[in-house]
Design a protein around this ligand. Sequence first.
Ligand SMILES: [Zn+2]
Length: 506
Amino acid sequence: MPRFYLTTPIYYVNDLPHLGHAYTMVNADAISRWHRLSGDEVLFVTGTDEHGLKVARAAEQNGMTPQEWTDRMSKQFVEAWEQLEISNDRFVRTTDPRHHAAVAELLGRIYANGYIRLDSYRGPYCVGCEAYYTPEELVNGNCPVHAIPADEVEEENYFFELSRFGDRLLRWYKDNPNAVMPESKRNEAIGFIRGGLKDISITRTSIDWGVKVPWDHSHVFYVWYDALVNYATAIGFGEDDTSFSTWWPAVHHLIGKDILRFHCVWWPAMCMAAGIDPPGNIFVHGWLLVGGEKMAKSKLNQVRPADLAQEIGVDALRYHLLRDTPLGPDGDFTYEGVVTRYNADLANTLGNLFSRVAAVVASKCGGLGPAPTAGGRLAHEAERACETCRSAWERFAPHEALEAAWKLLRETNAELEAAEPWKKEPGTDVDGVLGDALEVLRIVAILASPAMPVACSELWRRMGLQGTPLDARFPRDTRWGGYPGGLTVERGSPLFPRKQTAPDIR
Ligand SMILES: [Zn+2]
C-alpha cells in the first residue's frame, strides 16, 4: 500500500487560530483525505510550538506557569481544527517529553558529528520574532517584521555550522528537482544558499523555557530548532526506528512562504548533519491576504475561522479556501468573494442540480431514482473529470480538482435543461437523463468529499446510498454505473441556501 506522510507547520501558541492557519490546515486535510480515498496509508500531522521567550512572558503576564499557559493555548488549536473537520492523525506538542527526547537525540547526533561549536554572539535580536538579525536586515534599526526596535544582545551560544553545508545543499537541490515546490520557491531557496550561509546560533542561556541541551544543561535550544524536529518526533525518531524508517524521508511538508528559509535551508542541513536523509518534499504556499495584508496577531484584519464557518458553514468555508486560492501564489480573501463563490458553485451548480433532479424524481418516478444509462457523453465527461482530479490532487492543486468536478456538474445541468424531463411523460424519456444526473451526483459526492466531507455525506444519504462517500475508494467507486437505481431520493431543504449578502463578521 502506498504511504503518504503530510505535515503542516506547528503553530505558535501565542497566536490564536486565524484564517491563514485555516487555509493551510484545510488544504493539508483535503489532500490527506484524497490520499485516504485512493487507498493510501496516510499519516497527517499537525501540532503546536510551545517554547520560547514570548510564551514564557505571556504566561507570566497571565499569572500562569508556561505549562499551564501552553496547555490552555494548545487546546484552542485542537478545538479549532475539530470545528473545521480536520482529520489529522497525530498532534505534536513540543512540550511533550517524547518531543524533548527526539530533539535531544537529533541535535545530540549533530553535536557528536562535529557540526556544533560554542561561541559568543552579539547582534540585533527581535523578541517578537525570537530571531537574530544582521544589521543590514533591520529597517532603521527596527525589526523588518514587527517594526519595533531590535535589542542588542550578547550571549554565549552553541552554533550550528550551517556554513559547511552550502555545497551539499546545492547538490541536494540539483539531485532532487522536486524537493522544493513550486519552482519559484525552489529558486528562492537556492538563491539564498548561493548568497552564502553563515553559522547560526541555536541555543540560549537567557531563558529556560525550552528543550535542554543534552550536553550542557545551562542552555536550551532556540525555539526554532526544537520546533523543526517535530516532523521527526511525530514518527518516533529516536524511539521507534521501524516507525521512523517507515515514514521518513518520504514526507511532504506543507508550509507558508514566511518560513521557507527554516524549512528549505536549515532543516535539510540539520538532517544531513544528523546523518538522516533530508525531507522528500517541501511545498511552499503563499499567504492568504485580507484586503492585501498578511494575517497576524498584531493586525486588525484577523478573521476567526470559527466565526466564518458559523456564517457560511464549515463545508462552504473549506470549499472556498480550496477553490479560490491555489497553493503557491498569494491569494486575497474577501467576504464578497466568499458569497459569490458560494452562490455560484454551491447554491446554484451543485445545490440546484440535486434539488431539481430530486423534484422530478418525485413527480415522475414515484420518488425512486432511476438507474443511469450504459454511458453516453456524461459518462465520458465523468471519466475525464476523475482523471483530472487524480492528477490535480497529486500535484497539490485542489482548485483544479474541484473545477474539474464542477465542470462536470455544469455539463449535467446543461443536459438536464436540454432534455427538459419535467415537461415529459414518465418512462424512458425521463429515466435516462435523471439516472445519468444521479450518477454524476454520486461521483461528484466522492470526488468532492475531501473538500466537503459533511455536505457530500449528506448528499449521499439523500440519494439513498449506503454508508458515506468517505468509505469509497478511488478509482473503483467512481467508475460509471455505480448508482444502482431504485433508491429513495429525499429532496429535503436546500443543501446550500442562497446567501443574499456578505457575512457581517467585521
Ligand atoms: Zn520581529
